[in-house]
Design a protein around this ligand. Structure first.
Ligand SMILES: [Zn+2]
Length: 315
């Protein structure tokens, strides 16, 4: 357990792998699945309550009945995905290098050479929770040796029989998929601006930064929270790694509406509550971004949308 917590904290402290509370790790131990709690930060994996223990047998029977096993403040929304993978240690990250490939329509083809020799599968986009878990389960059933899953428009999952093998595999995949970003810190290149204007690339972008392109102004800058800044930094790290000729697949309107209709209000609140207050140097520099990014996505979560969705749910 100690090694697992150490591994989780290391991963959570790497902004190229994890932004804010994204990403999650799990350990199967003595019939239990230890999974990161929803809204918690991997960087603070040492904190009490960061991981929730769930009996694996009960989880499997609930998943067999297609029950949602996650809960706000309880186990992560990705719990089902961790449960359907049989390896002891599962790591899920929002790796910027992986996402730069995973948002491409030709991503699977692009990766076939780069990941040659690894037991990997491309998982077309599915919403987190049961739909994603079912897609991962189908991949494992078809190919039981699979230990690398590239989640389209989302991120990466690797697994192993112990912490060291999972962490080594993560490092190997990262080096295979590593992309040199366009010149740093020149975020203002027209390619980056064009890609940002095209739409939403992955779920965290919609949940934390909104869905519409927007010009960053002084007044808007003042509305940015540290958390939004961190998500934005991750987004820019992704976009700067996408080749200008890449055919991009953005999330569809239906996929975005589905995300906003979840209980993300409670989720965002717990992310804020558990935020890393003293995590070393901030990865986000508002002044620099303001100077260098002419066009950014809308930076305020569309609260009207959220309220409308939660009202609909209550009916
Ligand atoms: Zn995720």
């Amino acid at each position: 357990m100690k090694a697992f917590i150490g591994l989780s904290a290391r991963i959570g402290s790497d902004p190229l792998l994890v932004q804010t509370s994204s990403g999650n790790t799990s350990l199967k131990l003595a019939g239990m699945l230890w999974i990161k709690a929803s809204g918690r930060w991997l960087a603070r994996a040492m904190d009490e309550g960061s991981f929730v223990p769930l009996p694996l047998a009960e989880l499997h029977s609930r998943l067999g009945r297609n029950e949602d096993v996650s809960a706000s403040g309880g186990p992560s929304i990705e719990t089902a995905m961790h449960a359907v993978i049989s390896r002891r240690v599962v790591i899920h990250v929002h790796s910027v290098n992986t996402i730069a490939w995973a948002v491409r329509r030709d991503g699977e083809r692009q990766l076939s050479e780069r990941l040659a020799g690894l037991n990997w599968r491309w998982i077309p986009y599915e919403a987190s929770g049961l739909p994603l878990a079912q897609a991962v389960k189908a991949a494992v059933t078809a190919s039981p040796k699979t230990n690398v899953f590239v989640l389209a428009n989302h991120g990466l999952v690797v697994c192993g029989d112990d912490c060291a093998s999972a962490e080594n595999l993560l490092a190997r995949v990262e080096s295979c998929l590593s992309v040199r970003p366009r010149s740093e810190p020149q975020f203002s290149d027209p390619v980056t601006a064009r890609i940002l204007q095209g739409g939403v690339l992955f779920p965290c972008q919609a949940m934390f930064l909104g869905t519409k392109p927007l010009r960053l102004t002084d007044s808007l800058r003042d509305t940015l929270t540290d958390i939004q800044g961190s998500v934005l930094t991750g987004l820019l790290q992704v976009v700067r790694r996408i080749d200008e000729s890449a055919p991009i697949r953005y999330l569809t309107e239906t996929e975005i509406a589905d995300l906003l209709c979840r209980d993300i209000h409670g989720y965002l609140q717990s992310v804020e509550k558990n935020a890393v207050k003293a995590a070393g140097p901030s990865v986000f520099h508002p002044e620099e971004l303001q100077r260098q990014v002419p066009v950014l996505p809308e930076l305020v979560v569309n609260r009207w949308e959220i309220r409308r969705c939660s009202l609909q749910r209550r009916r």
